[in-house]
Write a protein of this length. Structure first.
Length: 115
């Protein structure tokens, strides 16, 4: 991993398992809202933007998961997304996907990878 192209976000243990945590970073001169999902010690990163309305998924800070913590949700309009690939399984944007971002876990630290 090229450290110059990686942005440290947090330690892996800062994210519950299962859980999710939001971040706002400056990258390539622009602001990027993203979140990291952790499930079974795997991580997945997505832009924090619903493909249907463009709103952030979390209606309260770091609130991305359903009550059962099995799926990502947008409480504003009921869209539900799978954690592992961001595919919308229910709601007004059914069939769309969240925009993934490249992530890495190295020495129990979570990084955003920039191209």
């Amino acid at each position: 991993m090229n450290k110059e192209k990686a942005v440290f976000l947090c330690y892996l243990d800062d994210i519950d398992d299962p859980g999710a945590k939001g971040f706002c970073v400056e990258t390539a001169g622009r602001r990027l809202e993203l979140f990291v999902v952790r499930r079974d010690n795997h991580i997945y990163g997505y832009q924090n933007q619903c493909p249907h309305t463009g709103v952030c998924l979390d209606w309260q800070p770091d609130t991305f998961l359903s009550e059962a913590q099995t799926i990502l949700s947008v409480p504003m309009h009921g869209a539900l997304f799978r954690m592992d690939d961001g595919f919308c399984v229910a709601g007004p944007c059914r069939g769309d996907t969240l925009t993934p971002v490249d992530m890495a876990v190295i020495d129990k630290s979570v990084y955003l990878l920039q191209s």
